[in-house]
Ligand binder design. Sequence first.
Ligand code: PLP
Length: 404
Amino acid sequence: MSLLDHLSAKLAALSAQSLTRQLRTADDGTAPRQRVNGRELLMFCSNDYLGLAAEPAIADALAEGAHRWGGGSGASPLVSGHSAAHEAVADTLAGWFAPHIPQARALGFCTGYMANLAVVTALGDEHTEIFSEQLNHASLIDAARLAKAKVTRFPHVDLDALRTALAASTAKVRLIVTDAVFSMDGDLAPLPGLLALAEEFDAWLVVDDAHGFGVLGATGRGALEHFGLRSERLILVGTLGKAAGLAGAFVAAHTTVVEYLLQAARNFIFSTASPPAIEHALLTSFALIDGPAGAQRRANLVALQVRLRDGLMALIDRHPRLGWSLTDSSTPIQPLIVGGNAEVMALAAALEAAGLRVPGIRPPTVAAGKARLRITLCGTHTAADVDTLLAALGRAAAAQEQAA
Ligand SMILES: *Cc1c(COP(=O)(O)O)cnc(C)c1O
């Protein structure tokens, strides 16, 4: 059939460029150790940055929530899906962000993809111009495509280029949209500078803190706490499937913004609310993030980041001919840029043979020629785990250099 032939040709083209992606099935376990095909792998790939997904207290809270509330929520939030557990999660988050956003209110979503879609499509109407950072997450790019607003992209962390674009704008409303921590590079957006431009040009600043929530800031509130920001222009999106160890997402913003989302965001209105048991368990996750466990794991993450970066820099110095490099990252996302697609997949395979799971990331997720190992750290990794990774990378680097 020619329709199938058409797809087969596209699949063959992906394969010829070493761009085929593969779905792998874990037998059990979660970060930092998972069993795959019967073998235990030490993982440096999860976004569960605090290791909370494996926390017995969270499994207990999920079970307790399920016994109290049953399975699914059964309807969208405005029909009958909004429970006391959903409300308690939103109240907790509103309290957490009150120091950063005047009259803060929070609203829950099933995923971060959905939360981004809601904010950008509801606020990005035909009177609006969206200023979208070059390395924004795919969900923000898709949201901007779906919005009726004009979309202007600005180069990565380039405040001057953004200023020029803002100055040239004739739109009634301006919406600056950025990741706080860039998901494939691990670097931070210059949020104080972006907020200053938002003030100067009377714009909203949408901050997607998928990788900062739980991780950055003394109490894990994320990028707003890290930079000490406060403004009613801030619209924060956080995800709850990464450092919070469960699932879901939220928007925290001035109460008027949140009220408008509730009235206007079609994917909030027309989609089933998350299971209340997950919301119930999120309250346990928040207590852990806020308490001594969270503080201890954040401190461990910082120590591991330094250990890993020092080790990777020494490795790059020992093998200059490979042309590997690091990014300017001070977060648990520590990519090793390798370059070619085939090279990075060979490296990932060599690591897996050594019992390590580290994903190779290729275009279109990253730019062509910038394929990388996306190494992520978890607050429950040990220094010995990092040393195991560095030793295996050292052996793989020597082998690749010899083959080259
Ligand atoms: C993971 C991620 C999302 C999507 O969140 P989900 O809850 O996984 O849908 C959005 N933005 C960024 C920057 C992310 O890394």
